[in-house]
Design a protein around this ligand. Structure first.
Ligand code: AMP
Length: 284
């Protein structure tokens, strides 16, 4: 496994691989890696000739400095996990490599309000930061395939629109959410849950699964209210629980009128903010 810190070095590696006719599959991450991330790497290894991952805790997407400071950093363990999963090259730059003093150019993307709903309502500036770093990384790596998790469904839709507005020839692939055996979506933040909250946390996915069984035949508003009430009663502090159109992320009233429907939740489990989602309908 190759390990690069500097932009010029990973670019030289990519240029060489491309000159050999190899396709590049890329998975950007913030580290503190788990099996959800490894699923991205496995997809890249299966579908692309060369797998590349990045580890970069991007300061511009955190709206609270304490969250940025507390974000777990476990580079040594991450390298080991990536090596075991047959990654070809890891890019782990410093902040000054991604955001050099002379500044970087980020186009003015139009996300058609995808960035102002759900996470966008509660994490001001978050998606501007995500778009900035993903665009910067894509310009450096220029992958044929970009692998992102369904776990961050909204992020996926935003990057889909971003790619549409660039001349990058990158195909975006959604990798299904990897869960713990009790249903909790794997997340780097899970390791900060107290034992009590770790025990309660699978409730999010259980609620989503229940809704999946009921949403066609029950009033959507009623389902959403019930879910929020149950979360509160269990001690969570829910920010949102919504059933939305899978393309526009706008609330759904009549699920039969939409081709793709997704239930999304964000809730505080004590000090830790958890998100999860489930695709309820996908009529492609
Ligand atoms: P992060 O390191 O949290 O920024 O995540 C990096 C990438 O891994 C994003 O595309 C996430 O959607 C994806 N990811 C994170 N957790 C999971 C999971 N449990 N299952 C699948 N993909 C995930």
């Amino acid at each position: 496994m190759h390990f690069y810190r500097r932009v010029a070095d990973i670019q030289a590696y990519i240029a060489y691989q491309k000159s050999q006719g190899h396709t590049i599959g890329f998975a950007p991450t913030m580290g503190a890696l788990h099996n959800g991330h490894m699923s991205l790497i496995q997809h890249a290894n299966e579908q692309s000739d060369i797998s590349v991952a990045s580890i970069f805790v991007n300061p511009t997407q955190f709206n609270e400095s304490s969250d940025l400071e507390k974000y777990p950093r476990t580079l040594e363990a991450d390298i080991y996990l990536l090596y075991e999963n047959h990654l070809n090259a890891l890019f782990a730059p410093q902040v000054s490599d991604i955001y050099p003093e002379q500044g970087i150019h980020t186009p003015n993307f139009n996300f058609q309000n995808l960035d102002t709903v759900l996470e966008g309502e509660f994490r001001a500036g978050h998606f501007a930061g995500v778009a900035q770093v993903v665009y910067r990384l894509l310009e450096i790596v220029r992958p044929d395939h970009l692998y992102m998790g369904q776990k961050d469904y909204q992020q996926w839709t935003i990057i889909y629109h971003l790619l549409d507005q660039t001349d990058l020839e990158t195909e975006l692939i959604m990798v299904p959410t990897v869960r713990e055996v009790d249903g909790l979506a794997m997340s780097s933040r899970n390791r900060r849950l107290t034992p009590e909250w770790r025990e309660k946390a699978p409730m999010l996915s259980k609620l989503l699964a229940r809704i999946q069984g009921e949403f066609e035949n029950t009033d959507i508003d009623h389902l959403v209210q019930l879910a929020e009430k149950e979360l509160k009663e269990a001690g969570f502090n829910p920010e949102y629980f919504r059933i939305v159109d899978g393309y526009t992320l706008q609330p759904v009233k009549d699920p039969k009128a939409h081709k793709k429907v997704v239930a999304c939740v964000a809730a505080w489990a004590g000090e830790i903010r958890l998100i999860d989602n489930m695709i309820l309908r996908d009529d492609l």
